[in-house]
Design a protein around this ligand. Structure first.
Ligand code: S3P
Length: 161
């Protein structure tokens, strides 16, 4: 299970990690979108963030009952105590850590995320990083995803597993 803030590379690194481990890969946001028949932005707009969080919790719970796989979680998923407890019980959690400068560079490239729309990405990411660090820190493995390429991050995860 890859956790961490928006833009840190969970999906890209997750795909490569799954390949390296010979496991299936799922992106939790995509699974929520599939279940809802809407994009994450549309879910936020049509039903609100609380409904998205409910759907996210259910989808992740279902994925955790499937055979072992690599899952890239949405940035807020591991903050939910119920989801966090389920993940801790079922699998290995990996926190991809990055500083705000790195995240800002990565998110500004494709920025359709509802929490960033119309906001200053730096201040949102700074606030989320502070608020979520205590939850993220409960992950089993912490990996620095700031410095190198996605391949470097993958190598660090493989070494830590
Ligand atoms: C969110 C992160 C997004 C997505 C939603 C909310 C968050 O996923 O789940 O926009 O609360 O940090 P990514 O981290 O994959 O961008």
């Amino acid at each position: 299970m890859l956790i961490g803030l928006m833009g840190v590379g969970k999906t890209t690194v997750g795909r490569r990690l799954a390949k390296a481990l010979g496991l299936n890969f799922r992106d939790a946001d995509e699974e929520v979108e599939r279940a809802a028949g809407r994009s994450v932005s549309e879910i936020f707009d049509d039903f609100g963030e609380a409904a998205f969080r409910d759907g996210e919790r259910k989808v992740i719970s279902r994925l955790l009952d499937e055979p072992p796989m690599v899952i890239a979680l949405g940035g807020g998923a591991f903050v939910d105590p119920e989801t966090r407890a389920r993940i801790k019980e079922k699998g290995v959690s990996v926190w991809l850590q990055a500083d705000v400068d790195t995240l800002v560079k990565r998110v500004s490239r494709r920025d359709t995320r509802p929490l960033l729309r119309g906001q200053d990405p730096r201040s949102v990411l700074q606030r989320l990083l502070e608020a979520r660090t205590p939850a993220y820190a409960e992950a089993d493995i912490h990996v620095d995803a700031s410095a190198g390429s996605h391949q470097t991050t993958l190598d660090l995860i493989m070494r830590a597993l």
